[in-house]
Design a binder for this molecule. Structure first.
Ligand code: QAP
Ligand code: CO
Length: 168
């Protein structure tokens, strides 16, 4: 297994739109395991392939406290089930050090494929529902900071760019 490098905002590669997965082979399985290892190492609760510069529709999530519930969503799609929304403080491994409140639909129905290519449907609740929407946004090139005011987003961008300059 291997740890993958995570792109950070405002890297323009985070704006790529990911292509559907069509081949379910051993290489896909190895990549999914590397994504899970990278997410747990961070540590994080969700990671999209876009964040590791692979522009394919692959998401891993584990919202358990003890790494006991790794979930894989390939080619995920969801429908909003009702008008209800919920606020949640969100962070992102690609926006390290920043947490802000985002409002999203509370009830969704997700359809995706597992690592073998078999379809499944799920009605996630709570943090899992938030995380599915956040990670699926990555596959469209969207980040949680896009839901914030442009002032907040600009402040975050400037702070991260400063950190990146110091690191280089
Ligand atoms: C998305 O994000 C998420 O800033 C997953 O310094 C997060 O795993 C959805 C992380 C919250 C819903 C609620 C963030 C790690 C991890 C940081 C993550 C950081 C270190 C974020
Ligand atoms: Co994220």
């Amino acid at each position: 297994m291997a740890l993958l490098d995570i792109l950070e905002f405002p890297d323009p590669r985070l704006r790529n739109k990911a292509a559907p997965v069509t081949v379910f082979d051993a290489a896909l399985g190895r990549f999914i395991d590397d994504m899970l290892e990278t997410m747990y190492d961070a540590p994080g609760i969700g990671l999209a392939a876009t964040q590791v510069n692979v522009h394919r529709r692959i998401v891993v999530i584990d919202v358990s406290e003890d790494h006991s519930d790794p979930r894989v969503f390939i080619n995920p799609e969801y429908n909003v089930l009702d008008e209800e929304t919920a606020e949640h403080d969100e962070g992102c491994l690609s926006v390290p050090g920043f947490y802000e409140t985002v409002v999203r639909p509370r009830h969704i129905r997700v359809t995706a494929m597992d690592r073998k290519g078999d379809s499944f449907t799920l009605e996630p609740q709570g943090l899992l529902a938030v995380c599915v929407q956040h990670e699926r946004d990555h596959l469209e090139g969207k980040l949680f900071v896009d839901y914030l005011s442009s002032l907040k987003r600009t402040r975050i961008r400037i702070k991260l760019e400063k950190q990146h300059r110091l690191r280089a």
